[in-house]
Each structure stands twice: as C-alpha cells, then as structure tokens.
Design a protein around this ligand. Structure first.
Ligand code: G1P
Length: 291
C-alpha cells in the first residue's frame, strides 16, 4: 500500500462561535501566540509526512490561501532592507509540499466539505484535519505523534482511523462520540501512548444520557478512499447538515474503522472560551522560550 500524502483541511465555516473576531478575519487565521491557528495544524500534517494539503474554502477565506503562498513583494522588500532572516521565516513551507484550495460552494456541512475535495484527491486514501482543533506542539514531538501513528496503523490493516480523546460529561454534547465494540475502559483514560482498536459506531453530538462513551472525536481522521462513495450517498441529518459521522458509520459496516486514542493535549480554537485559554497557553510557552 502506498503511503498517504494527501490531507484535507476544511476551512469554509463562518466561525459564528468566534464572532466578532471572525467577522472579517477567517477564524483559522486568529492567533495562537505568535502564529495563526492553522499554521500549527499544517505543521502537524507536514511532520507526519503529508505532502499535499487541500483546503476546502469559501469566497471569504482567500486570506488563508495567501498565508501559505509567497508574497513576492513583501519578500523582496524585506530582503532589500536586509531582513533576510525574517523573509526566510515566512517561506517556511517545505519545497515538496503543495497547498491547494477548492471551494465548497454550498454550506451543507462537514461531510459535504470533505466530498468537495474529491476532484483533487481522486483515488487516493487521505487524512482529514479539522483546523478548530490544535494539538499541543510544545510537549510532544509531532513527527512521532498522533497523526503519524494513525498513518502507520492504516498502512498495516487499511482500517480508517479516527482520533478520539476522553472528555468530561459537560462537553459530550459538542462532539461525535464513539460507541465501542468491547470494554476498553482500561485504555480509555490512557494518555501516555496511542492505542488503536475497532469501533462499532459514532453518535454525533448526543445528549449525555444517550452518549455511548466519553470518547470524543478530536478532528483527525485517516480515511480509506471509499469514504467518498459513502459521503456521496449521505443525506442531511443532525443540524440539517451532511454529517461526516454518518458516512463513517456506513464505512464501518463496509470496511471496518478503528479509533486511535489521543496522546497529549488538544485545544479547541473554534470556541471563544477554549480559544482564549489556548491563546494564553501558546503565548506563555513562546514567551518562556524567548527568554
Ligand atoms: C466536528 C465533528 C465532530 C467532532 C468535532 C471536533 O463538529 O462533526 O464529530 O467531534 O468536529 O471538533 P463541529 O465542531 O464542526 O461542529
């Protein structure tokens, strides 16, 4: 099996939970410390071996594409002023990495956004990274971390991998929640190592009473290409949207899907309260490193 080198990052959402910050600045470009949030997500993908990143965007999100492009005018102006180091730091994307952008058109949900990347991804298997979720880049080595583990696990048995982490009861209603096929309670709370095991299904944003576990979908996925066929046949459900979770349930019955338990910490940068906490954490870490 070929290594996975493609990743889809959906960036079309308006970010209503981040207003007014996200009114004229895409939420993905809001700062976490000294970089925009999506910078860390793209770095994470590259560290795991991804070479082609497909952003699924919207007319008002072209600033994201520009962030990953070389601004030739700014580059030459900085170099003219002798600020070569600063200019170099802006062109950090490795030469063998490509960032493409395709538009979602209609805002019909996360599942629909992933399907919009199909003309670029074609027949390849691929990863998906949701940019609202940023994994802690300070305490873990990203190149040997969650996404890299998931890609390895996929290469072994071709089971799609969904990253999950244990969440507190009051957060269950915000996430896709895993239904496990066996009792894995001994490893559910294990945060030091990754573990991958089969999952029976997912329930999208359940009430606490209906939640089949406390393992929440974090926003990192590795998919068999067949997910596109299932997405193409998925009807709108929760929130009137075409849900990725529903297509995953269909994929489980056809091909088998595993959850990977997450190592380290994740930060939700798509929710104002969590975003502010994440900003403080990132800023403090970077200020400490600057000393
Ligand atoms: C999406 C997914 C959900 C997942 C969450 C992670 O929801 O549908 O399963 O748990 O991302 O952030 P959203 O936050 O886009 O509503």
């Amino acid at each position: 099996m070929k290594n996975i080198i493609h990743a889809v990052i959906p960036v079309a959402g308006f970010g209503t939970r981040m207003l007014p910050l996200s009114k004229s600045v895409p939420k993905e470009l809001l700062p976490l410390g000294n970089r925009p949030a999506i910078h860390y997500v793209v770095e994470e993908a590259i560290a795991a071996g991804i070479k082609h990143i497909v952003l699924v965007g919207h007319a008002q999100k072209s600033a994201i594409e520009n962030y990953f492009d070389i601004n030739a005018e700014l580059d030459s102006q900085l170099r003219h002023k002798g600020k070569d180091k600063l200019a170099d730091s802006l062109n950090w994307l490795p030469e063998d990495v490509t960032v493409s952008m395709i538009r979602q058109g209609k805002a019909l949900g996360l599942g629909h956004a992933i399907l919009a990347a199909r003309p670029i991804i074609g027949e390849h298997d691929f990863a998906v990274l949701l940019p609202d979720v940023v994994l802690d880049p300070f305490t873990t080595d990203m190149s040997a971390d969650n996404l890299a583990f998931m890609l390895d696990a996929f290469a072994k048995d071709a089971h799609s991998q969904i990253l999950v982490e244990s969440v507190a009861d009051e957060h269950v209603h915000k996430y896709g929640i895993a239904q496990l096929s066996k009792d894995y309670s001994d490893i559910e709370d294990q945060v030091e190592v990754n573990a991958s095991f089969e999952v029976a299904g997912f329930v999208e944003k359940p009430n606490l009473a209906d939640a089949p576990s406390r393992l929440a979908v974090v926003g990192r996925y590795v998919f068999n290409n067949q997910i596109f066929d299932y997405l193409a046949n998925t009807k709108a459900s929760v929130g009137g949207e075409i849900q990725l979770t529903d297509a995953i349930d269909a994929l489980i019955s056809g091909y088998g899907v595993n959850v990977t338990t997450m190592r380290g910490n994740s930060y939700d940068a798509g929710d104002m309260r969590s975003y502010m906490q994440a900003f403080i954490y990132f800023a403090e870490r970077q200020l400490a490193d600057d000393k």
